[in-house]
Structure formats: structure tokens, C-alpha cells
Design a protein around this ligand. Structure first.
Ligand code: GLA
Length: 737
């Protein structure tokens, strides 16, 4: 298939790979005034109603081609709830008596704050619909873009707001899209909450009357909530029933609201966070929203996750010229081993040991630059510390390469310590309000990337670093949230555009850097998983879900992460035991089996490992390389998720062509000689024969035959009983021809 680089939303916001158009997926029925998009197993439809408002019609399982899609003409429910609240609008302007969540709210210079958006024109092309709306009498235009992916049915929606008038308009609130689900009273909302070292905690609540707000006011994505959701019905299970999934592609402050409206419909609205938001649109100016991606599956939450994973692999994550994102390299990272105490001899010693294990990428973390001996100084000064690396980085990089690995480096380009040469030279480059104190987080301040001089400086520094050193990979960190988000040098009416301009410039820097260094790979890290979203994932190759490397906590974290995001981008490290988080002691095998379920890394002090640990690790790294394509590009089935009664995680990854499967079962604690439930596999070819083996090379229990059909593994299942605390087993199933 031919691939072209196309923008689902305007280029400045998100470059994404989409297939070249073939058969049309989008259509318009002029008689009924209904737009319809079909892709995968999904149909999405909306119409222009009798009053000219854009009204949601259908979003769910694919309908037959000529299915009648009439939707009722709705009017007000009573004098208290006029039509604006009853019609499920695709993109509601704040006006005309709307009390539901608006998609767009504006204020005019003359004080007018009433906005009612009517259909004006449209364009249907291939798998894309563009509809232009404008206010009933003022020249404020909104162009909505809908695009459906023909294989997964994932929909991308975004909006461009344009002031075609002669006076300024202030945008107070702008969403990418509004989505509606039909009246029902058994919807459930699944989402994640978190904080540092505790990201991706899954929540599940009824969507009843009232609002649920998920958001970040932090200037970046944040881990308090992550911008994804899944909505299910009461009878939806892991593998069956309807599931609507969505995620915003935006790495700044964001918000999603979930409301059951006066009629019982569910309305989902998402985009820029209106908190502290004000965006001046001068005459002729436009504001582009982020893209809001959504998918539907009738195969439960597991089906929705797999759909989203596939979409991310095929259309979001960078491909570097291939059909899919390159496989993640097994990496070593020095952070937990050395923290800030890095130097040439110490890193070399670790690199020698890492190479013996089969590691493919050696990453030196924090501490290599400026006066960076602790987190109190040095951020901003991206030149090699001469005391630690008197010969520069080249001798270390050369040796790492001679050992057969490539070299990666930690940077945190958006941040600055007050104790740095950069701050001494440019104190005004920091975000803040004039003559007000600035709150520090981890002893650091945030550079105001919205300023073009700061933006250009950051790019120049990174470009120089990557040009002068043979760097294959950057771990791009971001270790605090915003405070005092001031931009005193901008016109007062433009200062709050910082929420948009900062992120746009961040994207611009990364895009430009990648353009100048096409092979460069980047990891998005924000003290762990504080900046994971589809916007950053479109321009970084992997993400760090959490600083919490406890292998059991990590199962929870990875389970939360993979609800929406692909294992192809999820890094996981094997670190020390007892682990620093819970002082929990686990075997090396257990740590590997946990970390092998995404992109494998090793983050331990290898100098402390004896021959036995080195041999075990070498074996697991080799096993991982056998299954990594399946883990990173296959389908993930969550066969058992731990709960209060059963502390067991069982995950299965099945290769796209069903030739291999990787099965991981890990338990926190076993009790009372309990026999464990049989594991019934999924997704295999029922007629093919598969042989099974343990990932650590040991013999499997006598209850497991060496070879059987896919049907056997799925129906009869695999019986393995684990005993003890923090035990696990990994198995590889290989199709036999
Ligand atoms: C953050 C990252 C860690 C490490 C440190 C270095 O906390 O999440 O992995 O890189 O910064 O200071």
C-alpha cells in the first residue's frame, strides 16, 4: 500500500500518516441532508436538521450500505429546555439558550456573547468530510473536519475557527468535537487518574445525570488524568459488547466532559481546557483545535484497546520510512544505577556489561551537562561537563558503538534551573508574571517556549548536540507542571494564548529536529507518564509510562496504559530488588516477565550482578527478541486482570499473522493451595498446531502438552499453577507448519 504524509488536522497541530485515498468512505445524502462515514466495523452519521443545526445521528457498529438513517427532528422539551439543549449538536456554539457543554464560546469587542452555528457548506472527499458553519449573523466561521480510517473505523475530528470580521473576537472555549451516544441509563465511563509514580490508575464509574470532567490545568498533559476514555454499556465485558474509546492529541492543558443531558443522551466534548483560556482572534486570524480521535468496537474493552493500538501503530507513531514503527531496541538506562554521578569510566563499565546481555541501545541519563551534580543546578546548560567527561562524549559513544549498541542521551530542554548560565544570561526567558514570585518544582522553572527566541534557542542547542555527537536517541524529559503561566512581554490580550503557543512551538521544535536528523528516535518522559497523548506520540517513538519500576505495581500501570495506548510505545525496565518504591523483593525472572510486555529496558546497576544474574538476564533478553515483534505489533488480550480476590495478571500477545503468541502470567501472592483457573487463549488459528515452551527455557508442568492445536489452546486452555509470592511464567507458542 502506498502511504502519504497527510494532515488529519492542520499540520501545525499534528502530522499523521494516513493511507492514500482509494474507495470513498464518506458520503452525503442530499435529500435527507445526512453525512455518513464508514470504516472498519464502524458507521458515523450526522445531519443538517430543519433549522440548519448540525445534529448527531449515529455512532456505532457498521450499518448496511443503504440503511435508512433518518433522525427525528427535535424541538425543545419545555419552555425551560429549549431546542439548543435537546438537539444533540455536533459542535454547539454557546448561545441560543444552551445550558449543555458548548464546543465553542466567544466574546466580541461589543460585548456580544451569543453564538449560534448554522450549516453553510460542505465538501466530501474520499474518507473525509469538511463542514463549514458560521454564526447566524456574524462572520465567525468554523470548519469541522471528519476523517475515518478505513481499516479501524477510527474517526479523527478537529475544528478551525476563523474570524472573517473586522474586529477582534476572543475565544473563551474551543473544543475539537462533540460526540453523542443515544439515550440509555447503563453507560459506564472508564478513565485513568494518577500522580508521580502512580500513573494510570483505572477508574470506572456510572455515567448518570450530572457531569464528569477529566482535565489537565497544568500546561501539559499531566498524569492526574490522561486524555483518553472508554465508555461501555452495563453488559459490556472485556471481550464482548459495545465500547466507545477516545483520546485527544494534545500535550497542553486539555479537558473532556461527559454529560447526560436533559433527554438522557450522553454528550462527550473535548479540546482545549477553557480554564484560564483566552485566545484573541484578530480579523482574518484562525485557531486550530487539537484532533479528537474516537473508535468503536463491539468486542468489549479489549476490542477497543486493540483497535486503538493498531491505529496508533499504523497512523500515529513515526514510521521512519517503513510500513510500521521500527521495533523498540532493548535499552540500558543509567538513571537508577548512577543518578547524577555519571562519568566516562563509570558509564563505560556499565556499557561493557550491558553489551554482554544483548542490549542494543545504551542511554546515559541525567547528570552529564553543565554543573548538574544534583537537581539544583545546570538545567539549561546543554554542554558536556568537563570534569565528568574531560574528552567530551565522543570516546564514550565510540566505545558504545564498538560494543554493538547505539547511544542515547537524556535531555530536559524546556526547563531551567535558576542556578545555570542560561538563567543568568536570560532571566526573562522564564514563564512568570512581572514582579511576582515564581513557584519552583524540583528546583526548576519552565522556559516560556511560546516566545520565538526561546523556541529557536532550544532547537539550536539540540540541533548542535545531535549534530556534533553520534546520538541515535534522546530521552526528552519534562519534570514539573506550570505555575504562574505569565507571558509579560506579549500584548495583554494575547498573553493567555501561551496555552496554545507553547505546545505548538514544542511540536515545531521536535518536528524540525526530526526533519534535520531523520534517524533520530525520541522518548517522551515527564517524570514518568506525565506527557503521554496522541499529540506527542505522533512525534516521539516511545514513552515512559512511570518512574515506578516496581514490577508488580508496573502490572497495574501497564494495564492502565494499554487500555488506550499501544505496547509498541510503552517502555519498561528491569531494575533492582528490593525496588525503591515499595521495598518489594522479587526475582529477576519476575522482573523480566513484567518488563517484557512492552519495550524492554534494563535500568539496574549491572556492576552488582553476578554471573547467575547475568546469565538469566541474557536468556530473557534473547527470549524477548524472539517475541518482541508479537508484543509490539500483535494483538493484546487481557485474559485475567488482577482484582481484590485474584492477584493475577495474564496477558496474551498474538502476532498479526497468528504465527506466534506470547503468554505472560504473573501472580502477586498465592493462598491456601489454591489451584489456578485454566488460561483459555484467544486469537489463535484454531486449525493450526502450536508448540509451547517456557520463556526461561525450563520444562513446563506435565499438565501442558508440548504441542496442540489453536482450538485446544483456546478451548481446553493452559493449566499452570504458580505457588508463592511474586511468581510468574512466560510462554511462547509457535505455529508449526
Ligand atoms: C525524571 C525521569 C527519570 C530520570 C530523572 C532524571 O524523574 O522520569 O527517569 O530521567 O528525571 O533526573
Amino acid at each position: 500500500m502506498m502511504w502519504v504524509l497527510r494532515a488529519l488536522c492542520p499540520m501545525a497541530v499534528l502530522p499523521i500518516l494516513m493511507p492514500a485515498p482509494a474507495a470513498a468512505q464518506a458520503s452525503y445524502d442530499a435529500a435527507a441532508r445526512i453525512f455518513r462515514l464508514d470504516g472498519g466495523d464502524v458507521t458515523y452519521a450526522f445531519k443538517v436538521n430543519a433549522t440548519g443545526i448540525l445534529q448527531s445521528v449515529y455512532w456505532g457498529r457498521r450499518l448496511p450500505d443503504r440503511a435508512p438513517l433518518a433522525a427525528p427532528e427535535l424541538s425543545g422539551l419545555s419552555g425551560f429546555d429549549v431546542a439548543a439543549n435537546v438537539v444533540p449538536q455536533e459542535y454547539a456554539g454557546q448561545g441560543g439558550g444552551l445550558y449543555a457543554e458548548p464546543a465553542l464560546k466567544v466574546t466580541y469587542a461589543d460585548g456580544n456573547r451569543d453564538l449560534v452555528l448554522y450549516y453553510r457548506s460542505h465538501e466530501v472527499r474520499g474518507d473525509e468530510v469538511r463542514v463549514t458553519l458560521s454564526d447566524l449573523d456574524r462572520p465567525l466561521f468554523v470548519t469541522l473536519t471528519y476523517r475515518i480510517d478505513r481499516s479501524t473505523g477510527v474517526i479523527a475530528r478537529s475544528a478551525v475557527i476563523e474570524n472573517r470580521g473586522a474586529t477582534d473576537v476572543r475565544v473563551d472555549q474551543a473544543a475539537a468535537a462533540g460526540y453523542t451516544l443515544p439515550v440509555a441509563y447503563d453507560y459506564r465511563l472508564h478513565y485513568s487518574t494518577g500522580r508521580w509514580a502512580a500513573e494510570w490508575t483505572l477508574q470506572d464509574r456510572a455515567l448518570t445525570a450530572g457531569s464528569t470532567v477529566l482535565e489537565s490545568r497544568r500546561g501539559s498533559t499531566g498524569s492526574q488524568n490522561n486524555p483518553w476514555f472508554t465508555i461501555t454499556r452495563g453488559d459490556t465485558t472485556e471481550e464482548n459488547g459495545p465500547a466507545w474509546i477516545g483520546a485527544l492529541a494534545w500535550s497542553g492543558s486539555w479537558r473532556m466532559t461527559f454529560d447526560q443531558d436533559v433527554t438522557g443522551r450522553i454528550r462527550v466534548t473535548g479540546g482545549y481546557n477553557p480554564f484560564d483560556f483566552a485566545y484573541r482572534l484578530r480579523p482574518g486570524a484562525r485557531l486550530e483545535t487539537p484532533t479528537f480521535f474516537t473508535g468503536f468496537s463491539d468486542r468489549g474493552r479489549g476490542g477497543a484497546s486493540r483497535l486503538f493500538h493498531r491505529f496508533q501503530r499504523e497512523h500515529v507513531l513515526p514510521h521512519h520510512g517503513g510500513d510500521l514503527p521500527p521495533l523498540r531496541k532493548v535499552l540500558y538506562n543509567s538513571w537508577e544505577a548512577t543518578e547524577f554521578k555519571v562519568d566516562e569510566a563509570g558509564q563505560l563499565a556499565l556499557a561493557e556489561r550491558a553489551a554482554k546481555l544483548g542490549v542494543e541501545r545504551f542511554v546515559m541519563d541525567d547528570g552529564w551537562f553543565g554543573q548538574r551534580n544534583s537537581d539544583k543546578a545546570g538545567l539549561g546548560d546543554w554542554t558536556v561537563n568537563p570534569a565528568k567527561f574531560p574528552r567530551g562524549l565522543t570516546p564514550l559513544i565510540d566505545r558504545v558503538k564498538a560494543l554493538g549498541m547505539d547511544f542515547g542521551l537524556w535531555v530536559e530542554p524546556e526547563m531551567i534551573n535558576a542556578d545555570s548560565d542560561l538563567y543568568r544570561a536570560h532571566p526573562d526567558w522564564v514563564m512568570g508574571f512581572k514582579e511576582r514570585p515564581r513557584t519552583e518544582g524540583r528546583n526548576q522553572l519552565v522556559l516560556n517556549l511560546a516566545r520565538t527566541d526561546v523556541r529557536d534557542h532550544v532547537l539550536a542547542v539540540l540541533d548542535k548536540l545531535v549534530s556534533e555527537n553520534d546520538i541515535a536517541f534522546l530521552k526528552w524529559d519534562y519534570n514539573r507542571n506550570w505555575s504562574e503561566p505569565g507571558w509579560p512581554d506579549a500584548d495583554v490580550a494575547d498573553q493567555q494564548t501561551i496555552y496554545v503557543a507553547y505546545v505548538r512551538n514544542l511540536y515545531w521544535i521536535i518536528d524540525e529536529l526530526r526533519k534535520r536528523h531523520p534517524g533520530l528516535e525520541i522518548e517522551s518522559c515527564s517524570g514518568g507518564g506525565g506527557r503521554v497523548d496522541l499529540g506527542i506520540m505522533a512525534r516521539t517513538d516511545q514513552v515512559w509510562p512511570s518512574d515506578n519500576t516496581d514490577p508488580f505495581d508496573r502490572m497495574l500501570i501497564q494495564d492502565g496504559f494499554t487500555q488506550a495506548y499501544a505496547p509498541a510505545a510503552m517502555m519498561a525496565w528491569v531494575t533492582d530488588s528490593p525496588n525503591w518504591v515499595n521495598r518489594r523483593q522479587t526475582t529477576l525472572s519476575f522482573r523480566f516477565l513484567s518488563a517484557m510486555q512492552g519495550g524492554l529496558g534494563i535500568g539496574t546497576n549491572l556492576n552488582k550482578w553476578g554471573d547467575t544474574e547475568m546469565a538469566t538476564a541474557r536468556y530473557y533478553v534473547a527470549s524477548y527478541k524472539r517475541v518482541r515483534e508479537t508484543v509490539q505489533r500483535g494483538d493484546l488480550y487481557r485474559l485475567n486482570r488482577a482484582n481484590a480476590a485474584d492477584q493475577r495478571w495474564t496477558n496474551l500477545y498474538v502476532a498479526a499473522d497468528r504465527s506466534q503468541a506470547a503468554l505472560f502470567t504473573l501472580v502477586g501472592s498465592t493462598n491456601k493451595l489454591d489451584v489456578m483457573p485454566t488460561i483459555n487463549l484467544r486469537g489463535l488459528d484454531p486449525d493450526a498446531q502450536y508448540r509451547i515452551e517456557a520463556m526461561d527455557g525450563t520444562a513446563l508442568p506435565a499438565t501442558v502438552p508440548a504441542r496442540a492445536s489453536g482450538a485446544y489452546w483456546m478451548n481446553h486452555g493452559v493449566d499452570v499453577t504458580l505457588r508463592g509470592d511474586f511468581q510468574g511464567m512466560g510462554m511462547i507458542l509457535t505455529r508449526v507448519r
